[in-house]
Design a protein around this ligand. Structure first.
Ligand SMILES: [Zn+2]
Length: 261
């Protein structure tokens, strides 16, 4: 069984300049599936080119909450997202959500964009990649009211409270673990993650950000994900191989459009 990096940004530097090397180093560590995540509409063509030229790479389309205010008023986001999902390589929508920590876009713009992603997810029955920071209640409220119990997805790079964990699990969402779990000061997060059922866990790098220990501070890349998986296996008190099998199976269950050849 192999590992899938469920959230990376292969179109970002320095990975974009060396995709083949990035993939080779990852595969040497057993990571041979990749979901590259879109953050802005203008990036869609590049992301699709990367995915279409590699059978092991799938993609999402979406607008990061930081970029929500840049969406032109006349743009009908729902239409763009659902149209792009006709590609066999587009397997989810995001990353989307709410970030009231950085607040690079207004709550109104973020909310409007998030709603369009949720509606696209319902229309195409595709999962959402949700980013949430300092907006736990608002995020859950929108998933509940707009998603009507049918929205599917993952809270990516989970760094929330036990309340958020429980709400997400109740909604059938998955919880994705990033390199933060390896940070010395993340004790509180480890306590929250310990009780996530094995069949709801995904793993990711969020590369080029958030490199796990001992690479912290360097540009992250998919190969480094094994440090996150090791730490999570330790926390869950299960074998490394077992965790690889489980998280890959979870990935394929959630992202049901993905078929690795
Ligand atoms: Zn990301």
């Amino acid at each position: 069984m192999f590992l899938v990096d469920s959230h990376c940004h292969l179109d970002y530097e320095p990975m974009a300049d060396d995709i083949e090397g990035t993939l080779r180093r990852a595969k040497n560590k057993g990571i041979s599936g990749f979901l590259t995540i879109c953050t802005d509409l203008f990036k869609i063509p590049d992301i699709l080119t990367i995915a279409e030229s590699h059978p092991e790479i799938f993609a999402t389309v979406g607008v990061h909450p930081h970029e929500a205010e840049k969406i032109p008023a006349e743009t009908i986001l729902f239409e763009i997202l659902t149209k792009e999902a006709d590609s066999s390589k587009v397997v989810g929508f995001g990353e989307t959500g709410l970030d009231y920590y950085y607040s690079h876009s207004s709550p109104q713009d973020q909310t409007k964009a998030f709603i369009s992603h949720i509606e696209a997810g319902l229309d195409k029955d595709l999962p959402l990649i949700v980013h949430t920071r300092d907006a736990e209640k608002e995020t859950i409220d929108l998933i509940k009211t707009i998603g009507q119990g049918k929205a599917r997805g993952v809270l990516h790079c989970f760094s929330g409270t036990s309340w958020l964990r429980d709400q997400a699990l109740d909604l059938g969402f998955y919880i994705s673990v990033s390199g933060i779990i390896t940070f010395k000061k993340a004790e509180e997060l480890r306590v929250v993650l310990k009780d996530v059922p094995l069949d709801r866990l995904l793993v990711e790098t969020d590369s080029p950000y958030l490199a796990p220990e001992p690479y912290r501070g360097k540009p992250n890349e998919p190969a480094f994900m094994i440090e996150t998986v090791k730490k999570l296996a330790e926390l869950k008190e299960i074998g490394y191989e077992k965790l690889c099998t489980e998280t890959t199976q979870n990935f394929l269950t959630l992202f049901s459009k993905v078929h690795f050849s």
